[in-house]
Design a protein around this ligand. Sequence first.
Ligand SMILES: [Zn+2]
Ligand SMILES: [Zn+2]
Length: 270
Amino acid sequence: MTDTTSSDRQCISGDRCKGYDHLAKHPAWTDPYCALCEACLAAARRDVRTLLYDWLDLAQMQAPSLSQAINPQPGAHRDPPMPLRGEPDALQREIHHVLTTWETEVRNAAGLADLPPLAQHGAAVQRAVTVLEPRLRLLAMLPPTAVYPTGCEDPATDVAGWEAVAHLSRLRARARSMLGWTFRSRWVPGDCWACEGRDADDLDGPLYRAEPRYEEDDCEVWCDRCGEHRPAADYDEYVRTLRWPGTPDPEPDPEPDPQPAPETPAEATA
Ligand SMILES: [Zn+2]
Ligand SMILES: [Zn+2]
């Protein structure tokens, strides 16, 4: 697939392109090196970030505990094995497999250290999301590579980077639809930023996600103890850093402040 004649091409997402031009009726333009346009990449970035807490939600359907899911503590006591529901378990395994497969490819392409796999799946998913989310454009540009697309039982198949990005977005959609049908799944892991509600106490919650009101709704996160709520983007950051944006940082943060998103607009004073 060497096309050296055109400098621009249309996003390969076709009708589903997030930047689709509804007036001119064509997908968004993209540069010749990346099959996906910027709008599609931005949506996929959010999907990949969200896969981490989808994975945690799926784990919670089976054995609830954020601390055990995220922290691989060898000395910590383990719950006795519980009967697993087939489907969430299979989807969790596929999310883990796909994320870690492409983490490895992206590490190679980006010249990052080749780290050994993490035995604890929650930690492995978290690490893969951390590597992939800021490098989705690189992933989308990877040439077809022989991988086991959904699990080790698959025959090795050539998959292009942009197809991997699409697969990650589909996994997110499947997780959302699977999680949608239990009330339990509305609880999300984590501690409240505003009150004493803690994930580790004996009560359900405290945090839950609002029901989606439309397909692309990000679903803000609420505390059922104090009734406060925050945007989904804040919760995304909390899941990544285990600290709510805007709350005091216990340790100096070595990286430059990456928060371009403004808070909600100030109330008009007129
Ligand atoms: Zn697109
Ligand atoms: Zn609260």
